[in-house]
Ligand binder design. Structure first.
Ligand SMILES: [Zn+2]
Length: 300
């Protein structure tokens, strides 16, 4: 899923799968990835199965690098563009393509969209919400960039897990890959989702500071919330959030569509975080309570 509202106009195209994409997909182990997804969904106590997009529903028709289309549950991977980006950034194109494929598969797995008749759809993918009629967004898209950040954070974790299960590369190769991406960001403005990842990290850091809950647990809670299709609209959450986050933060987070809004939100999160308020203590109980009920939060 891309950051803007323009997406979803494209749909699956049988013809547009070149030999390079075909080769790449033939070498990707879909069954290992499905197993990983099943484990993640089980850990999060999801009420649905993790459905990924099969190889036959992936085409080469994506702008710029990858996209997931809730309309027909298909994925586009633009391998030529990915290769060029990898070359400009000095990273391994195969790892980059795998990271992008996993990212799009996570959108597919967390898709709870409901078609309303032939032309209307309430898209609900992870934390993201948008209503479309005949492909045109009606009203505001909500939590789109936040959803991208959480999806990408999770995709990076799963890339590491996938590679360690396949065992065709060393941990060091994967570490180098992520390091180079971080480096490339300084010169290659196009690398997707870097700001959104910083936003998720700043959010986790702030909650950790406020509540002293272990960062790994907060990260898990954020990812599990996405798997279970939760949002920030539950009254209990809202009330607590108003005590912890800067005023208007959640509204801005929901409506953020531009990278400079994301950067401003990161700054707001980084300012403050005392950990002494009653709200902080309630947060701690809330997060720990949720995770305790799910069990096995430190697993893996
Ligand atoms: Zn996305």
């Amino acid at each position: 899923m891309k950051n803007t509202n323009i997406e979803s106009k494209s749909s699956f195209s049988e013809r547009e799968k070149g030999p390079e994409l075909e080769n790449f997909l033939n070498l990707f182990d879909f069954s290992v990835f499905q197993k990983l997804l099943d484990e993640e969904f089980k850990n999060a106590q999801a009420d649905k199965k993790a459905e990924m997009v099969s190889q036959s529903r992936i085409d080469g028709n994506a702008e710029p690098y990858g996209d997931y289309r809730p309309k027909d549950k298909s994925i586009g991977i633009n391998i030529e563009r990915i290769k060029k980006l990898a070359e400009r950034s000095g990273v391994d194109w195969d790892l980059l393509a795998k990271k992008i494929l996993i990212h799009e598969q996570l959108h597919a797995a967390t898709d709870r969209s409901c078609p309303q008749g032939k032309w209307e759809i309430n898209e609900h993918v992870g934390y993201g919400r948008i209503r479309r009629i005949k492909g045109t967004p009606i009203g505001s898209a909500l939590y789109m960039l936040w959803n991208e950040g959480v999806t990408e954070t999770w995709a990076r974790e799963l890339l590491r897990l996938y590679i360690s299960r396949i065992g065709d590369r060393s941990t060091k190769e994967v570490d180098d890959f992520f390091e180079r991406i971080a480096e490339a960001r300084k010169t290659e403005a196009e690398h997707p989702y870097e700001d959104e990842i910083d936003l998720v990290e700043a959010f986790i850091e702030r909650l950790h500071k406020e509540t002293m809950v272990d960062k790994r647990i907060v990260r898990k809670a954020v990812i599990h919330g996405m798997i279970r299709g939760e949002g920030f609209t539950e009254p209990e959450f809202k009330e607590l959030a108003e005590d912890i986050f800067p005023s208007g933060f959640l509204v801005d987070l929901a409506l953020a569509e531009r990278h400079n809004t994301v950067r401003r939100l990161i700054e707001e999160l980084r300012r403050g975080g005392s950990g002494s308020s009653i709200a902080s203590r309630t947060w701690k109980q809330l997060i720990e309570g949720i995770l305790e009920s799910m069990g096995n939060v430190y697993g893996r």
